[in-house]
Design a protein around this ligand. Sequence first.
Ligand code: UT7
Length: 349
Amino acid sequence: MPTSKIAGIGKYLPSRVVTNNDLLQYMETSDEWIQERTGIKERRYAHRTEETTTTMGVEAAKVAIERAGITPQDIDFVVFATLCPDYYFPGCGVLLQRAMKMKEIGALDVRNQCSGFLYAISVADQFIKTGMYKNILVVGAEKHSFGLDFTTRGRNVSVIFGDGAGAVVLQPTDKAGQGILSTHLHSDGESAEILAMYNPGTHANHWKEEKYAAFDDAEIGQMFFSHSMIDQGQIFPHMDGPAVFKKAIVKFPEVIQECLHQNNCTTEDLSLLIPHQANLRISQFVQQKLKLRDDQVHNNIQKYGNTTAASVPIALCEAWEEGKVKDGDLVCLAAFGSGFTWASALIRW
Ligand code: UT7
């Protein structure tokens, strides 16, 4: 059975740099607070009207496809991970297929937030292993800047997130011991609501309010959104940061150890860990817990903030471009986030 190798990798970061001090015009915060609690110095925001989650995904994909030495017409399956799709539906996969003039191939959208890219490459890996596809494009892209609460009310979330995209092309390899050695996916829905964006959605909690009791189906049917949802800021992501932090620092090391054990490896064998860039303090905690050297962990949250599904492929691409990932290296990708979902992948480059 073939395994999957990363044949090409690309990233795209919008050109607009937004510093912590730039955010002071909207909310009560400080450069000191943001750097101390998260490590973030600046992030990128997409062009308001000319860039979307899909267009950024396309830019990253172009680079990955070119580096794989193929063309968009050679791609036989797309997996697109994002939590900020251009439309509520359809997903970004088909928009990318259209924009890149690909054949009428399958396009799958993955909704696993910060773990989205890991879930996406795990799915793609299975299709390569079974021999069903030969050139799979996996994308993680986010345009967070269009859906954040830029008031003091939303500051615990809005200062963290940034925009960007990363992409890889997976191809089969027969070279023994090379490629994606294993992937590991987990979830615990008990805490689904502590990091979530509730609206628009079919949960209907909003409509349980007494004032809507007399409304009939037709009236409710036209009210997927309401003015009060907007007024009360219920259209923005909600996060209980400390609760997410506590769970993340347990699950990150656990899922990293899981993929090392599965492949009879130890942390000493690891060339590079690419943790999802949620918070520099989380990455540092994981590094200490696993006793990894500085050169074994790649962080870039300082420059880009948390780009959820895009953070792992952006960081992996950056590390590869900087020469930190070489043939034969053992690379671990790991992520934790909303759901909760968490995941890891071990790759022999
Ligand atoms: O990628 C998806 C997964 N997400 C994560 O992994 C995020 C995990 N959590 C975190 O990264 C951290 O919990 C945060 C960075 C979100 C928050 O850091 P924290 O050290 O946990 O702060 P906190 O939420 O406990 O808030 C401490 C104080 C509060 O004020 P009081 O109640 O102590 O007076 C907040 O209101 O900091 C205040 N605060 C801020 N102050 C200035 C919250 N946000 C800000 C802000 N600027 N942006």
